[in-house]
Ligand binder design. Structure first.
Ligand code: NAP
Length: 332
């Protein structure tokens, strides 16, 4: 896979990363298998994937343990990314609260390092800004971790341009991770219009442009629309699956959202590829500094997703995908 220079320590960064969350959290609990997850991560390393995404909260530490075990001595070859700033209150019900106080974040990172069994984290994100703590206080505590050699690069998740600028003025923002896919375009400054179903409404800033100007990487999370854009989801989910309670996945919303899939399927057919690959190719086409992290716990999906790096969409196809209607249902 093609690589590029990344952040402050310039480790090579492949065009597509791996989201590890589903191996421990949110989706199809009954399908989880640690041995298989470790195989998926190791196979991704063999295939040239460099960015591996985790967080302290995914499975309340389980995900970092799996990632650490899988990466092992090959840590030098990859970029291990994890997050701080959220705390699990109830793992089964996935109740969380924000805590980005300086000491809480620094303690969280020390615990992550132990679980990952690594001396240093390549990329540490602030998972969510804590409204109770000035961003500057959190960010300066994170910068101290860089000075102490425990973290290499800092990133933000789901922030505004103004927040990114404030942080960047203090210490470089190496990456921003936010949800971006054919049906979630907030980082492009587009959200579904509440008063006109299926229409997009211009709101907020284009964070991809900001990243390009600031020399930061933009990391789209849920680039496959939490599986929806692959056109392979089952009609029902286990009760513990995040999607069973999410507005975009109700039967009514899914019936309305079906119209997004027609165009994606047609383009996929033209290229003898899959809807998942088309969804990823559209995300990749948003810029060379854009590195999606599709999530999977299955080898066959990993292989399919990585092939999307070679799928080039023509202008007509991009126009058709840009013009897809906004989805029904809120993303959270
Ligand atoms: N910063 C944040 O707040 C935040 C929030 C959410 C996620 N994330 C990160 O972003 C990563 C990716 O997001 P995500 O996992 O939520 O959503 P996603 O990548 O959009 O979709 C994952 C879902 O798609 C399925 N899938 C993957 N490849 C497929 C393929 N080729 N064909 C059919 N189905 C396929 C997966 O199934 P299987 O599980 O069966 O493989 C899973 O159900 C996460 O792993 C996590 O690291 C960050």
């Amino acid at each position: 896979m093609q690589t590029q220079e990344f952040g402050l320590d310039a480790k090579p960064l492949a065009r597509i990363g791996l989201g590890c969350m589903g191996m421990s959290w949110l989706y199809q609990e009954s399908h989880r298998d640690d041995v298989e997850s470790i195989r998926v991560i190791r196979s991704a390393i063999d295939s040239g994937v460099t960015l591996f995404d985790s967080a302290n909260i995914y499975g309340n530490g389980h995900n970092e343990r799996i990632l650490g075990r899988a990466v092992g001595r090959r840590a030098g070859q990859v970029l291990v990314a994890t997050k701080a700033g959220l705390v699990v209150d109830d793992e089964r019900r996935r109740l969380l609260h924000r805590d980005a106080r300086p000491t809480a974040v620094q303690n969280s990172v020390r615990a992550s390092l132990k679980r990952l069994d690594l001396p240093v984290i390549d990329l540490l994100y602030l998972h969510r800004v804590d409204p109770e703590v000035p961003l500057e206080e959190t960010w300066s505590a994170m910068a101290e971790l860089v000075q102490d050699g425990l973290v290499r690069n800092l990133g933000l998740s789901e922030v505004t341009r103004e927040q990114a600028e404030r942080a960047h003025a203090q210490h470089p923002v190496a990456a921003i991770q936010s949800e971006l896919s054919l049906w979630t375009r907030d980082p492009l400054g587009l959200i579904p219009d509440r008063t006109h179903p299926a229409a997009w409404h211009r709101s907020g800033d284009n964070l991809l442009d900001w990243c390009a100007q600031a020399g930061a990487v933009f990391v789209p999370f849920a680039p496959l629309g939490r599986g929806y854009l692959t056109a392979t989801l089952p009609t029902t989910f286990e009760d513990s699956d995040f999607r069973s309670g999410n507005e975009r996945f109700t039967p009514v919303a899914r019936a309305a959202n079906e119209k997004l899939l027609g165009t994606i399927r047609t383009i996929a057919k033209t290229h003898a590829s899959s809807p998942a690959q088309v969804a990823l190719a559209w995300v990749l086409a948003q810029g060379e500094h854009v590195v999606p992290i599709p999530g999977t716990k299955q080898l066959r999906y990993l292989r399919e997703n990585l092939q999307a790096a070679d799928l080039v969409l023509n202008e007509d196809e991009m126009r058709a995908l840009d013009g897809l209607p906004a989805p029904s249902g809120a993303r959270y």
